[in-house]
Design a binder for this molecule. Structure first.
Ligand SMILES: Nc1nc2c(ncn2[C@@H]2O[C@H](COP(=O)(O)OP(=O)(O)OP(=O)(O)O)[C@@H](O)[C@H]2O)c(=O)[nH]1
Ligand SMILES: [Mg+2]
Length: 352
């Protein structure tokens, strides 16, 4: 999963990126594994030689742009469109060392992004509808083309009216096309309010923060308040000193895990596992079937799918491993249509 940090210059994207990546980053891209105690337990029981967790790939490599030249943001947007989720970093701190181009107003900045996203989506829709129309004129269109034209029209209408685009149902056969367009309106988004160290823990008393929250709620956007340099510096301390540093700031915990969890929730994903010498965690969309899961591992597994063996990770761990689960008759044999549960361990029987 690729997650872009996007912000107006000097909002704190790079500082947050340094915190998330712990400094192990190359050219603004860092792959960071999700903490997963179940995977560790499964790997230990399987005597795994290789353990591969699910990772988020954080991107702080969107092209630079200039607030005084709004047209320069277009390139940033077209790259952000290609990633799986967005973290919108908003500046709520003031600092003489990093002068901002405007008075601090995170609500205005969020509105800026929402407007840009809508305009950009509308542009994509318009271009596509024009192409489809040409196709119609030459009578070369298929039924899905007609359906797509109609759904795009509904989307454009909703965007212009400021209505919720996600309320529009996308027919299943059109899903791959719509995924390809990377619409901002349908992309998982999380807002980060980058607050100053002095107000950390008291952000709820700030009118600017309250006003931002109201806009977030209106757009169903989760908002995580944090102080990017504080989070970065916290991780640079030896673990033993972190609690003290947190207490000094009146906090009980780092907010980074909350941010990661919030992004994960917005992705509407679930995890499943494969165990053995190679023990891995995989990401699958909620509502995914055993066949979808097999396809996530390898297209061959989906193509040659016969049946799958399934047992939940908690049960595998409680029984002391996959072989024990098999012996105890706790492993279910399922077909293609089986709906995966979050935390299932899967073994695909296939033939190609
Ligand atoms: N006081 C304070 N300074 C911050 C905070 N977050 C970022 N800064 C400072 O603001 C400046 C800009 O931060 P960056 O993280 O580089 O911001 P950016 O969004 O990556 O900016 P560009 O990449 O230049 O567009 C740096 O000097 C940071 O140290 C904060 O919460 N409090
Ligand atoms: Mg930066």
């Amino acid at each position: 999963m690729k997650i872009a940090l996007i912000g107006i210059p000097l909002s704190g994207c790079t500082t947050l990126f340094e915190a998330l990546s712990g400094g192990h980053a190359r050219e603004g891209v860092a792959s960071v594994p999700l903490p997963d105690p179940r995977l560790e337990a499964l790997a230990k029981l399987a005597g795994a030689k290789k353990v591969v967790p699910v990772s988020f790939e954080w991107h702080d490599d969107l092209p630079e742009w200039y607030p005084d030249k709004p047209e320069t943001v277009r390139q940033t947007l077209s790259m952000a469109r290609q990633l799986d989720a967005l973290v919108i970093v908003l500046r709520l701190f003031d600092s003489p060392y990093a002068p901002y181009h405007a008075p601090i107003d995170p609500r205005r900045d969020l509105q800026f992004w929402l407007d840009e996203f809508a305009l950009s989506d509308l542009q994509v829709i318009e271009n596509r509808r024009e192409r489809l129309q040409k196709l119609f004129q030459s009578h070369k269109e298929s039924a899905p083309d007609r359906a797509e034209f109609q759904v795009l029209g509904q989307m454009a209408h909703a965007l212009q009216a400021g209505e919720d685009v996600n309320a529009i149902a996308i027919p299943k056969e059109l899903e791959p096309r719509f995924r390809g367009y990377g619409f901002f309106a349908r992309k998982p988004k999380v807002v980060v309010a980058n607050i100053g160290e002095r107000v950390l823990g008291q952000e709820h008393s700030l009118p600017a923060f309250q006003s931002l929250l109201a806009l977030c709620e209106a757009h169903h956007l989760p908002c995580v308040p944090l102080c990017a340099p504080f989070e970065r510096d916290l991780l640079r301390l030896p673990e033993a000193e972190r609690v003290e540093f947190l207490q000094m700031m009146g906090l009980t915990e780092s907010r980074l895990p909350l941010l990661v969890r919030t992004v994960y929730e917005q992705l509407h994903a679930q995890v499943f596992y494969t165990v053995g010498a190679d023990t891995r965690a995989w990401l699958l969309e909620q509502g995914g079937t055993a066949l979808d899961a097999a396809g996530t591992i390898h297209t061959d597994l989906a193509r040659g799918f016969i049946r799958a063996e399934v047992c939940h990770a908690d049960e595998v761990i409680a029984l002391g491993g996959w072989q024990n689960a098999l012996k105890a008759n706790r492993v279910q044999l399922v077909g293609k249509e089986y709906l995966m549960r979050d935390g299932d361990v899967l073994h695909v029987r296939f033939n190609v």
